[in-house]
Ligand binder design. Structure first.
Ligand SMILES: [Zn+2]
Length: 396
């Protein structure tokens, strides 16, 4: 047998799985709040796996039958905790904007390890990357570490974790992964014994709706209500008459959902992380209102074909030239609600578009927020509802 990804002999495979099971128990005892995530990992023994365990985005843990059975249980368990950290924190999706150049990809790999190993210093391998071994502050997100790593030369003996040679089968759907994340976050909150990094992650996962997020959710609900001719159900209380006479309520319920389109300014002046974060936020808001799809139109000076995706992480952010969002507005003209993600440095349609328009405005710096009057290049037409998203803070 000389095929790629050759599967090991049954006895070797058994030895890998046995050691994996032991390491999983060790890890679950060490971090009980991560137990459901640890048990969601699928062990994937094969001979092309790197010597150390590596995880792919589908929660497969690639294990090498030549090394895994001989790895001490605490060491293998540490790697399980490490990779569950990458997976729960969605590092595979967050890595995408760093994959264009090899040095960028390496910088991201180091930064992502620093974000996780912050909480995993005990039993860490000697060459593990952590804020401590890099001489950087604790408790930051990988995006911040990546920016800081651009400024320093990390000690050469520190190596990020291995990457799998291929992506294994999709064991869980995106929705299942999201539900698992929320369940783990709820578990972390309930127990209250997790480290600071995990508690902050749980907080972000369970309650992402602070300030601009709350406003965005409110405006989206208002837009949907207006589009479907209903009262804004984010404020209205159901009347007793409506409750007593179902026929009054029914027509509203059977009406199709208003069509929502998201126009994303991909001109290059808005950071990809900020766009991805806003998209993820919108994903949550729209899901809560019954939408199962996200329709996204990327636009720089031209509108790219609409992408219909099930999760924000699936959106391909294409573009990069100058900025003119007017073709994006034209492409979204058939929608009932249009949500625009931009830094506002664009010409706007001269006339009010038919859809309800919400503009998520990424301010280049907090100092420009105050002077957003007319004549300001970031001024948005009065017909649009505006959510101001501070770029610095939103990246946290
Ligand atoms: Zn890693």
């Amino acid at each position: 047998m000389t095929e790629p990804h050759e599967t090991p002999a049954p006895s070797a495979e058994h030895a890998v799985l046995e050691r994996f099971a032991g390491a999983r128990l060790w890890a679950a005892a060490r971090a009980p709040y991560l137990a459901s995530a640890l048990f969601a990992l699928t062990p994937l023994p094969h001979e092309d796996a790197p010597p150390r365990p590596a995880a792919d985005e589908h929660w497969n843990l690639h294990l090498n039958p030549a090394t895994a059975p001989a790895t001490p249980v605490p060491e293998l368990g540490w790697w399980l905790l490490h990779h569950v950290g990458h997976l729960l924190r969605d590092h595979h999706a967050r890595a995408r904007r760093y994959q264009e150049h090899q040095d960028e990809a390496l910088r991201w790999a180091r930064a992502a390890d620093a974000e996780i190993n912050d909480d995993l210093t005990r039993d860490a391998p000697a060459d593990a990357i952590s804020p401590d071994t890099l001489g950087l502050p604790d408790g930051l997100l990988a995006e911040r570490y990546a920016a800081l790593l651009d400024l320093i030369d990390p000690p050469p003996h520190l190596t990020p974790c291995a990457r799998p040679p291929f992506t294994g089968p999709e064991a869980m759907t995106a929705l299942e992964r999201e539900l698992l994340s929320r369940a783990v976050a709820a578990e972390i909150e309930a127990r209250g014994t997790a480290s600071g990094g995990w508690r902050r992650w749980a907080e972000r996962t369970l309650r992402p709706e602070v300030d601009w997020r709350a406003r965005l959710a409110r405006l989206v609900r208002r837009g949907l209500a207006q589009a479907s001719g209903r009262v804004d159900y984010s404020h209205a209380r159901p009347s007793r008459r409506a409750a007593a006479a179902p026929s009054v309520v029914l027509p509203a319920l059977v009406r199709p959902l208003p069509r929502v389109a998201v126009v994303v300014d991909t001109s290059g002046s808005v950071a990809r992380t900020v766009l991805e974060q806003a998209l993820a936020e919108l994903d949550g808001v729209l899901r809560a209102t019954g939408h199962r799809w996200l329709e996204v139109i990327c636009c720089d000076t031209e509108a790219y074909p609409a992408q219909r995706v099930r999760a924000a992480a699936r959106v391909e952010l294409v573009g990069g030239g100058g900025t003119d969002l007017r073709p994006g507005f034209d492409a979204a003209a058939g929608a009932d609600v249009v949500i625009v993600l931009t830094d506002g440095d664009t010409p706007w349609p001269a006339r009010r578009p038919r859809p309800y328009v919400i503009v998520c405005l990424f301010d280049p710096s907090p100092s420009t927020v105050a002077g957003a009057g007319s004549g300001d290049r970031h001024s948005v037409p009065a017909w649009a509802s505006v959510v101001r998203v501070p770029q610095e803070r939103s990246a946290r």
